[in-house]
Write a protein that binds this ligand. Sequence first.
Ligand SMILES: CC(C)(COP(=O)(O)OP(=O)(O)OC[C@H]1O[C@@H](n2cnc3c(N)ncnc32)[C@H](O)[C@@H]1OP(=O)(O)O)[C@@H](O)C(=O)NCCC(=O)NCCS
Length: 333
Amino acid sequence: MSKKIRAAITGLGTFTPDYILTNDELSKMVDTSDEWIMTRIGIKERHILKGEGLGTSDMAVEAVKSLLEKTNTSPDEVDLLLCSTVTPDMMFPATANIISDKAGIKNAFSFDLNAGCSGFLYGLSVASQFVETGKYKKVVLVGADKMSSIIDYTDRKTCAIFGDGAGAALLEPSQDETGIIDFNNATDGIGRHHLHQKAGGSVKPASFETVANKEHFVYQEGQTVFKYAVSRMGDISVDMMKKHGLTSETLDWLVPHQANLRIIDATGRRMGLPSEKVMVNIREYGNTTNATIPLLLADYADKLNKGDNLIITTFGAGFTWGAMYVKWSLQGN
Ligand SMILES: CC(C)(COP(=O)(O)OP(=O)(O)OC[C@H]1O[C@@H](n2cnc3c(N)ncnc32)[C@H](O)[C@@H]1OP(=O)(O)O)[C@@H](O)C(=O)NCCC(=O)NCCS
C-alpha cells in the first residue's frame, strides 16, 4: 500500500505596510484612549496601507515574492495560488488572479476564498487537499487584507480593532512525519446578522444612499461576536486535542486568531495551556483578518522546532471557525 502524502508548510513570507497607526493617534480621531484599547482589546498599534491606488494585492504580492525567494521557488513552479481575503481589490476578478499576474506566476490556476477571519485556516485546509491527493507539488496560500478600506474611522467600536497586512505560506508534500495532521472546520450562517458589510453586494448594491449611510464599512455587534468566539474556538480546539491524545504538556503551541487578547487568553485557559504556549502578537498588528495566522507563525518561527505540536484556531465572520493540528516541518526562520 502506498504511503499517505501529507502536506507541509515549507515556508512563510509576510508583508506589513510602513505606516503605524497608534492608539494615541486614534485617540485624536475618536473618543477613545490607549488605556481603554489596551485593557479591553490588547492592541497598541496597527499597520495601515497608505497610498492612492494601492490595495490588498499590493501587500499580498510582496508576501508571495518574499516567500518564493526564501524557499528558492521559481514562479513557474507554482501549481495553485489561493488568496483568502475579505477585502478583494475589486468584486471581480479574484484578487488571486491579480496577485499571480503581479508575481509572474503563469502556470498556476488561482482563486479567492472568503471565510472572514477563518480564511487562512480554511485556505490551509483546501490547499492541503491538493497536495495530499498528489495532484500538486507546490501550492501557495496568501492571506491578505486592507481592513482600513472598510473601516469607519469615526466609529470607536470598530476602528481600534483592525489593521492591514499580508502573509503567505508554501505547501508541499512532506518528506517525513511532520505536516498538517488533521483539521476540523465549522460554519454557522446565523453569524451574518452580527458581523457584516451591509452594502456593496448583490442584495444592496452601492448607491449614493448606501455611501451616505456608511454601509460599506464593517458592522459588528462586538459582545455577541466575543461570546461566540470564546466558546467556539475553545471547544473545537479541545476536541482536536482529545481526538489526538494531546495534553497541555504535549501540545507545544496554540496559534490563535488575534482579534482580542481577552479572547486569546480565554481560549488558552479552556485548553488548559500556560500562557507561554500561546502565540500573541496582537499588540503590534491588531486584527489583520486573513493575514493574522501567517504573521503570527512568522513572528514565532525562530522559537519553533521541527516536530512541535501546534493547534491553529480561528473565528470569523459567517460565523466560521476551526482547529488544525500541525506537526511543524521547519527548523528556525
Ligand atoms: C469590540 C469589543 C472590543 C468591544 O469591547 P466590549 O468590552 O465588548 O465593549 P462593548 O461593545 O460592550 O461597549 C462598551 C462601551 O465601550 C465603548 N467602546 C467601544 N469601543 C471603544 C473604544 N475603542 N474606546 C472607548 N470606548 C469604546 C462602547 O461605545 C460602549 O460604550 P457605551 O455603553 O457608552 O455605548 C469586543 O466586544 C470584542 O473584541 N468583540 C469581538 C471582536 C472580534 O473578535 N471580532 C473579529 C471577529 S473575526
